[in-house]
Design a protein around this ligand. Structure first.
Ligand SMILES: Nc1nc2c(ncn2[C@@H]2O[C@H](COP(=O)(O)OP(=O)(O)OP(=O)(O)O)[C@@H](O)[C@H]2O)c(=O)[nH]1
Ligand SMILES: [Mg+2]
Length: 308
């Protein structure tokens, strides 16, 4: 008699929402891009690069992780309305998620601001996993010291050292996230990568170049509106966009001597957009002064900095 083949029990599908939170510049957006294998969030060495909640969807045969990248948490006591909006986005993103992925920079962790943030996390009901990022920057023994120091802070469900930039240990992090998420359905089709419209992503790629090429506080006074997007008869993508600044003097700096700065920003952004769109791009950039836009409720709403 022949044995009947017993089908292996299919592994259960896990799914859910994970908010990535932490102070500015620790590498939250870098991790989102690394996990998705595609750039959906802009990255810069400056604090407070991300301004909106950006959703990325990672689907594997084992499950689906919906990752929410959030603005870095910062002190809002002196901030503009934009800053307060950013802080609120981070706070709201922690509600109603299945898991929080708290991220710190491993160097000197925990930082005083990490401690302050952890105290706020004590109120949330979902489990909190800790990612210690940038392990490529310090020797292993120091990573172990940081793990020990962070363990005293909070009852994290897991502590995972990673390098989001180099992808080190990110697969392990992904496996742990899936393990911690409940058994559930796929909320999005497998091919979904992000909820951000193309127009928003293109505006962000221009803003990324503003963050990378302008100095001091100036990037924080800029915003980008993509006004026009159309295919040309030559098969190019034609984009018309305006860079908003708050003062006439800032406009001069963004344009630069003989228009050099805006030309450089436009050229770099054009290449990034072409890579993203898989198409040749013609980019028409303008600079416009809108006094105190970052302090105006109406302007913020127009720019899409509104709670959803
Ligand atoms: N060496 C190293 N650098 C990293 C790593 N992850 C991120 N970075 C760098 O850290 C800087 C900040 O990265 P972001 O991903 O923009 O940080 P963020 O937490 O999203 O920052 P905000 O949006 O401002 O809150 C960038 O220059 C990244 O290239 C890492 O694992 N190793
Ligand atoms: Mg970011």
């Amino acid at each position: 008699m022949q044995d009947e083949a017993i089908p292996a029990k299919e592994a259960e599908f896990h799914s859910g929402f994970v908010a990535i939170v932490g102070r500015a510049n620790v590498g939250k957006s870098t991790l989102l891009n690394c996990m998705l294998g595609r750039k959906v969030a802009i990255v810069s060495p400056r604090a407070q690069t991300t301004r909106n909640r950006i959703q990325g969807v990672k689907t594997t045969p084992r499950g689906q992780i919906i990752l929410l990248d959030t603005p870095g948490v910062h002190d809002t006591s002196h901030g503009s309305k934009l800053h307060r909006y950013m802080a609120r986005v981070a706070e709201l993103s922690c509600r109603d998620v299945d898991l929080i992925l708290f991220m710190v920079d491993v160097r000197g962790a925990p930082h005083a601001e990490d401690r302050a943030l952890v105290r706020r996390l004590a109120k949330v009901r979902s489990p909190v996993m800790l990612a210690l990022n940038k392990i490529d920057r310090i020797p292993k023994p120091e990573v172990l010291t940081a793990i020990d120091a962070c363990r005293q802070l909070f009852n994290f469900c897991d502590i995972v050292p990673i390098s989001a930039l180099q992808g080190e240990n990110v697969e392990r992090l992904e496996a742990l996230l899936l393990e911690r998420l409940p058994v559930g359905p796929a909320y999005f089709p497998a091919e979904t990568l992000t909820d951000q419209p193309e127009r928003f992503l293109i505006g962000e790629l221009i803003r990324e170049q503003l963050m990378l090429n302008l100095h001091e506080e100036l990037p924080h006074a800029t915003a980008v509106i993509v006004e026009e997007m159309r295919d040309t008869p030559q098969g190019k993508l034609h984009i018309g966009a305006t860079v908003l600044v708050e003062k006439e003097s800032q406009k001069g700096i963004v344009i630069g001597k003989g228009g050099q700065m805006i030309k450089r920003i436009g050229e770099l952004a054009r290449k990034e957009i072409a890579r993203f769109a898989g198409n040749d791009v013609y980019l028409d950039l303008w600079v416009k002064v809108k006094p105190n836009w970052s302090r105006s409720e109406v302007a913020l709403r127009e720019l899409g900095y509104t709670e959803r």
